[in-house]
Design a protein around this ligand. Structure first.
Ligand code: AMP
Length: 252
């Protein structure tokens, strides 16, 4: 199953319609949260999962990056402030993130289901998500927690490069581009995200340990947590995730 929606309602806001809108899947839609520290390969695995499951990729980081490309005049003051936090590798305040997600609550009702990626990031966000889902009469099916040791994460992040055109990701050590500085997929220029620079990585890892790691016990208690090791690479982690989801069967 392949999903090629432009996610306009998610990336630009509810005034915009997705093109195409996702169709209901032949199975009932999956509603998942992806957890895991930055650099674990979550973004890549999410892309494979959405193709396979037909769900929409709801990444809060992508919303902020889309806002970064807007002219200053088209950005709300709260969003401009959020981008400063992001640049420093810090978490955007809960209130700003929650306002943005609540505005996009329609995306949680997406016919194709959803994969929340990068949200929730704090227990307060997880509680707010829970309230939103209850008010929408929706339930999470599972929380996939992608795991990797800290030294491996730091190595992956500092070598990560992103294509300025198609947003493909490569790694200078594990999957170096054929032509230096150019994307293998579309020839676009590769760049290093501000928050992948060493000083920001350090902050992001500290932030993860402090704010996001407690989500693991939150979702464990809720009986939703599924741990998935990423130590053998993203492909193996993806296959493991699919095998587990298949076993879970039809989401209820
Ligand atoms: P990501 O692409 O998910 O790694 O997000 C990139 C950056 O966006 C993070 O380092 C944060 O600054 C910000 N961000 C994304 N999602 C959230 C969130 N749920 N809560 C707070 N900050 C976020």
């Amino acid at each position: 199953m392949e999903t090629k929606t432009d996610r306009a309602s998610w990336l630009k806001g509810p005034a915009f319609q997705c093109n195409p809108e996702l169709e209901p899947t032949s199975n009932r839609p999956w509603r998942l949260v992806l957890l895991g520290p930055p650099g674990v390969g979550k973004g890549t695995i999410a892309e494979w999962l959405i193709k396979e499951l037909g769900a929409c990729h709801l990444s809060t980081g992508d919303v902020f990056r889309a806002a970064k490309c807007l002219p200053d005049a088209e950005r709300s003051p709260a969003m401009t402030e959020a981008l400063d936090y992001m640049r420093r590798g810090e978490l955007v305040p809960d209130a700003t993130v929650l306002e943005m997600v609540k505005e996009r609550v329609g995306c949680l009702r997406c016919q194709g289901g959803f994969l929340l990626d990068g949200f929730p990031r704090t227990v307060a966000q997880a509680e707010a998500l829970q309230d939103l889902l209850v008010s929408e009469k929706l339930k999470l099916d599972a929380v996939l927690n992608f795991e990797l040791s800290i030294p491996e994460i730091v190595a992956r992040l500092s070598d990560r490069r992103t294509c300025s055109k198609c947003k493909a990701i490569c790694n200078l050590s594990f999957s170096p581009p054929k032509v230096e500085g150019k994307c293998d997929q579309c020839g676009g220029d590769l760049f290093q995200r501000d928050d992948d620079r060493p000083e920001a990585i350090k902050v992001r890892m500290e932030v993860y340990e402090k704010s996001t790691a407690p989500l693991i016990s939150f979702y464990k208690k809720a009986g939703l947590l599924i741990p998935i090791s990423c130590s053998q690479g993203s492909k193996v982690a993806f296959r493991d995730a699919m095998a587990i989801l298949k076993k879970l069967g039809q989401p209820g």
